[in-house]
Design a protein around this ligand. Structure first.
Ligand SMILES: [Zn+2]
Ligand SMILES: [Zn+2]
Length: 292
């Protein structure tokens, strides 16, 4: 099969022939229909995260199940699926918080293999690193733990569903699960990329908050407006002056935006009101993502 292989940090990504292992117990093989390209892939390509190379990229995969491993009972060949990150199922993930798995970094970024250390992908007989976000889905086919694969309706458009697995749920759940803005409050979203706009969509349609968006790119702000955000600006100060006085609990949700990623909530003191809350969804270079 073909896959997008990064030979070393900073190198050009190559589309090349590789061999995929057969699914192990608890895994499925998915024939990939599409995969989003998320900023996390770019962190790996640029060497900003110390992911072992050579590695097969890709982590917002969608496709059709083509094989099921032993013990998989809730998926079958032909199912349409979206592939998300891996989690161990042993730690606090047993209580329904897979994103906070204590082994998340090893299973999804820095391990480069299954949890038991076995490689999923070879090239000319040599093991490549794979299992990126539990999948490495910039490829013709990919293996994934059945537990991190979600079945979708067969008439849903597979070619656009992949980002649900990472960027969309990151932005939406930052609002719906973490910040939970109250009706009448103001939510300021910093950064109107895929994650930020997903936060906007969730907030506009599923909360009673007023949504304000800050980004340095006017075209993105225009898109945010079309998605329902009533206020947008290229300046955080403007948002504050418009909303602070009448907003008892402004909440700032930030994507990586202009400032160093190690300070994702640095805009909060100048923007949110007393008792405002901030959730960061960016990641620190060279380190494990801390706030997904
Ligand atoms: Zn991602
Ligand atoms: Zn875990």
């Amino acid at each position: 099969m073909k896959a997008a292989v990064l030979r070393a940090p900073g190198a050009a990504v190559e589309i090349t022939q590789v061999e995929l292992d057969a699914p192990h117990a608890g895994e499925v093989e998915v024939r990939i229909a599409a995969a989003g390209v998320c900023h996390s892939d770019l962190h790996v390509v640029r060497g900003e995260w110390e992911v072992p190379t050579p590695v097969v990229l890709g982590h917002e995969g969608s496709g059709v199940v083509s094989q099921v491993g032993e013990g998989v009972t809730d998926l079958e060949v032909g199912d349409h699926v979206v592939m998300s990150f891996a989690f161990c199922g042993q730690c606090r993930t047993r209580t329904g918080q897979p994103v906070y798995c204590e082994r998340w970094a090893g299973l999804n970024l820095f391990g480069g293999a299954r949890a038991d250390g076995s490689p999923t992908i070879h090239r000319n007989g040599d093991a490549l690193h794979g299992h990126l976000f539990g999948q490495s889905s910039l490829a013709t086919r990919a293996l994934a733990p059945a537990s991190s694969v979600v079945k979708v309706a067969r008439n849903a458009p597979l070619e656009i569903l992949g980002p649900l697995a990472c960027g969309v749920q990151t932005g939406a759940q930052s609002v719906l699960t973490v910040l939970r803005p109250e009706p009448g409050s103001t939510l300021a979203v910093f950064g109107a990329g895929g994650v930020g706009l997903s936060a906007v969509i969730a907030a506009v349609h599923l909360t009673g908050a007023t949504v304000a968006v800050v980004d340095v790119n006017p075209a993105r702000l225009e898109l945010a407006t079309r998605l329902g955000a009533p206020t947008s600006s290229t300046r955080a100060r403007t948002i504050r002056s418009m909303h602070w006085r009448r907003s008892p609990a402004a909440a700032a949700s930030t994507a990586r935006w202009r400032r160093p990623a190690s300070r994702p909530c640095s805009a909060r003191p100048s923007t949110s009101s007393p008792r405002g809350a901030c959730a960061g969804s960016s990641a620190r270079p060279r380190r494990t993502p801390t706030s997904r």
